[in-house]
Write a protein of this length. Structure first.
Length: 113
């Protein structure tokens, strides 16, 4: 793993909400800390309502994690564009986040319940 990236299992139950709906709840959340950036909570796909998430054409590349793909949330009020991201095939050093999705704080609420 990169020297400035740490991944740990989070204790407790974590939930993600957006557009007035609960998108997921898990007891298997992962927290990724990278340098001085705020920690990010990743949810296993199996614990998310994937029917509410549509793949986006948006892509980005991180030299420490690999290529990120993005997801838009289908909310009652309309789509929330590029609200979450996932590393489908992350670099070996961060392979623990494969199969997980994280969400932007300004587009979804992630909290421990």
């Amino acid at each position: 793993m990169s020297d400035d990236i740490q991944i740990r299992e989070l204790p407790g139950t974590w939930v993600v909400r957006a557009g007035g709906a609960v998108l997921g709840e898990t007891r298997k959340a992962l927290e990724l800390s990278e340098g001085s950036l705020p920690p990010v909570v990743y949810f296993p796909r199996a614990d998310l309502a994937m029917a509410m998430l549509d793949p986006s054409p948006t892509r980005s590349t991180c030299p420490k994690k690999g290529e990120a793909v993005y997801f838009s949330i289908q909310a009652k009020s309309g789509p929330i564009q590029d609200a979450g991201w996932s590393y489908e095939t992350p670099l070996d050093t961060v392979s623990a986040i494969a199969g997980h999705i994280a969400f932007f704080a300004d587009k979804a609420t992630v909290e421990e319940v």
